[in-house]
Design a protein around this ligand. Structure first.
Ligand code: S3P
Length: 172
């Protein structure tokens, strides 16, 4: 198999980016980069909800873009992004730098709603109607940004990681 390259997982909140990335990185023998964690570290605060509360979403987006920029120099690794990463084309440019491959974990709104779990950790999923609106607005952006798409409805976390791994073997 071709050596692992730089891979970024995109998709709506609850689409399984974090768990899939955590499984995929060891499968590929490469490092894991969790953008939300890097954003929290860069903020000096303790969590994403605290960043939204204290600094506001615009500042969160700035931090997200500066983290994406630091990842632009990466040559190899699996990056788990936040659901809003597609809202700024600059972020996508950074993720694509050095041959980065963008993979969309596609899931229905019903699926992501059932997977999000603790809503208090996701400021933008607190109101279901607003989340549904955001989902509709973003769906075409994920499609447009993706080099590869994996439909995850009805799949276990392990099989999503395996599907991505399988697709990458064919694509790289
Ligand atoms: C966001 C998604 C979150 C996090 C922040 C904003 C979004 O990440 O980055 O709450 O705009 O969709 P997950 O997709 O990992 O929940």
């Amino acid at each position: 198999m071709t050596p692992p390259t730089k891979i970024a997982l995109i998709g709506f909140m609850g689409s399984g980016k974090t768990t899939t990335a955590a499984r995929l990185a060891p499968m590929l023998g490469t490092a894991l980069y969790e953008m939300d964690t890097l954003i929290v570290n860069a903020s000096g605060l303790d969590s994403i909800p605290t960043i939204f509360e204290r600094l506001g979403e615009p500042r969160f987006r700035q931090l997200e873009t500066s983290v994406a920029e630091t990842l632009s120099t990466l040559r190899e690794g699996v990056i788990s992004t936040g659901g809003g990463v597609i809202s700024n084309p600059l972020n996508l440019q950074h993720l694509r730098a050095n041959g980065g491959v963008i993979i969309y974990l596609k899931a229905s709104f019903e699926t992501v709603s059932s997977r999000v779990g603790d809503l208090s950790t996701r400021p933008l999923f607190k109101e279901p109607a607003r989340a549904a609106e955001l989902y509709r607005a973003r769906a075409p952006l994920y499609e447009a940004a993706a080099d590869l798409v994996v439909s995850t409805d009805g799949l276990t976390e392990d099989s999503v990681a395996q599907q991505v791994h399988h697709l990458l073997r064919g694509a790289l």
